[in-house]
Design a protein around this ligand. Sequence first.
Ligand code: NAP
Length: 261
Amino acid sequence: MSADGAAPGAGRHVLVLGGTTEARRLAEALAGEADWRVTTSLAGRVAAPVLPPGDTRIGGFGGAAGLAAWIAAHRVTHLVDATHPFAERMSFNAAEAARLSGVPLLALRRPGWEPAAGDAWTFTDSLAGAAALLPGLGRRVFLTTGRMGLHTFAGLDDTWFLVRSVDPPDGPVPARLEVLLARGPFTLEDERELLARHRIDLLVTKDSGGSATAPKLAAAREAGLPVLVVRRPPVPEGVPEASSVAAALERLRRDGRAPSR
Ligand code: NAP
């Protein structure tokens, strides 16, 4: 037995870099399969995360080299980057760690959102870009970009913000702010009611994609509200992608049939 309790050569060990609904769903599916061992890694940003089945570990690895060392020490045979599309640094770390360790990497990336007919979406490349454009677009803003980048909007004193996040914000925040602590998924009815109750005139969102938080876009469309969308950051080149949990599973099962290291 190795230090982590795994019998050498026994089965496949997938390390899922998590923090998304899709990562949890993938771990749930793999945990039910014989001959697969699954460990999910979380950054530790959320105080009480919903833990998937299988093993879990929490906290950074110490960069790409640290991740590569963890992969070697725990006999990981497959690496899946199922982090949020805006977790840019971790995706690049995963690509570099896969290169260093020789373990195959698969990126599970849900497709981005597309505007529908009648949508008034303005795109920007960053939270700073959103903060610069925002005063020209709305006065009562539903800001759904997460608590981590909230300081970027802290100087906008003439704007009222409704911010929704899982944990309370820390650090500098906008002066006129109401915080709603909630964890998705959210329904269209929830979002419709929220926009009306707070007399929202602008929705600000990252292009996170996926269905769990998409109803806010439908509610904004219904209400004729403009939407300010932060585009996704770049991803490392040459990493195979799956756009759904089912596609990722199929790929892992296929790769898993080949002899592992
Ligand atoms: P990031 O900027 O790409 O990563 C910063 C550092 O956090 C990484 O270098 C790594 O530290 C650590 N880290 C990130 N994801 C990790 C994981 N799954 N397991 C272990 N360590 C991890 O990431 P972020 O944008 O702060 O996001 C952090 C986590 O929140 C991610 O797991 C992501 O899936 C989730 N999340 C992010 C967003 C978002 O909008 N960014 C939204 C929802 C959920 P070391 O270098 O020390 O390894």
